[in-house]
Design a protein around this ligand. Structure first.
Ligand SMILES: NC(=O)c1ccc[n+]([C@@H]2O[C@H](COP(=O)([O-])OP(=O)(O)OC[C@H]3O[C@@H](n4cnc5c(N)ncnc54)[C@H](OP(=O)(O)O)[C@@H]3O)[C@@H](O)[C@H]2O)c1
Length: 270
């Protein structure tokens, strides 16, 4: 049975990935502060500030595949990922690294494909570009970089804050001229499970195959959460249309693992 180590298994994506993989793999997961235990997952504590911990975990678990859904201090993350990559290069094993649409947040007038050169203004986007490059240099074909748009999930802070506001009758903030593709933790987990089963090298853009307006996404989400009639508060990110959207020119998934924005929102269930 393949062994999979999910780094950040107590987080939004990590937890869903462990659940999606739990019946077919030997799963190990890490947490830092929240001792959450997904099904059939052996959880271990990891603080990336402690450099030895990650190497101990790798040596003990000997994973075939590592999925990194970590957050945390950028300097520690970069060091931890460098150590993980060197370990996998020397001992065998693949890495699936979760990156972000923010690697393109310096050029926001269009959706970006895997063939576009990243260019970021945000510290987050710049950090992810740096981490992607370090990992590519060390791991080459043993690496899959999965870039992700905004992720929604019933337990995500994003959805919980929107739902709290809706329950209080607070106006829902809607950004005009903001275009994005979207994903959910549960549908992403299904795609990641497919990538664990099927080796895929290089960069892959995930998320709904269609790009939607933020206002449209919020209308679908409000309906999905069972609310209606809330006041809308319109805002703009900038004067021009703003895109934080990924398109894919290398989609490896079978049809049942390709999702529209509507399906993404429908997957968010209480
Ligand atoms: N969510 C999105 O919309 C989105 C969009 C694009 C890309 N991504 C990327 O997807 C990945 C997963 O995101 P997410 O939303 O699932 O994140 P999340 O819910 O915030 O989970 C982050 C995970 O990292 C762990 N962590 C935080 N600080 C740590 C530290 N110092 N040492 C070790 N572990 C630490 C957390 O552990 P504890 O909770 O136990 O402390 C948690 O398991 C990230 O790499 C993110 O950049 C997310």
């Amino acid at each position: 049975m393949k062994k999979v180590l999910v780094l950040g298994a107590s987080g939004l994506v990590g937890r869903s990935v462990c659940e999606a993989l739990s019946s077919d793999y030997e799963i190990y997961g890490t947490y830092c502060n929240n001792k959450i235990k997904p099904s059939n997952t052996m959880m271990v504590k990891l603080d990336i500030a402690n450099e030895d911990q990650i190497l101990n975990i790798l040596q003990t678990t000997e994973p075939d595949v590592v999925i990194s859904s970590l957050r945390g201090d950028f300097i520690y993350q970069l060091q931890a990922h460098t150590n993980i990559a060197n370990y996998l290069k020397n001992h065998g094993g693949r890495l699936i690294y979760l990156s972000t649409a923010n690697v393109f947040d310096a050029v926001t007038n269009k959706a970006h494909s895997e063939h576009d050169e990243p260019d970021a203004v945000s510290d987050y986007g710049k950090f992810k570009i740096k981490c992607e490059k370090v990992l590519r240099d060390i791991l080459g074909p043993l690496l899959t970089i999965v870039r992700l748009p905004m992720i929604f999930g019933i337990e995500s802070k994003r959805v919980q804050e929107i739902e709290d506001g809706l329950k209080r009758g607070a106006p829902l903030i809607v950004y005009r001229d903001f275009y994005l593709n979207i994903h959910s933790d549960v549908l992403l987990a299904k795609q990641l499970a497919y990538l664990v089963d099927n080796d895929f090298e290089g960069i892959l853009h995930l998320g709904s195959h269609d790009v939607v307006g933020y206002d449209e996404a919020m209308a679908l989400l409000t309906k999905q959460l069972g609310h209606k009639g809330n006041k809308l508060q319109y805002e703009r990110i900038q004067d021009q249309p703003y895109y934080l959207a990924l398109k894919s020119e290398r989609n490896p998934f079978p049809v049942h693992l390709m999702f529209s924005a509507e399906q993404v929102i429908e997957s968010i269930e209480a």
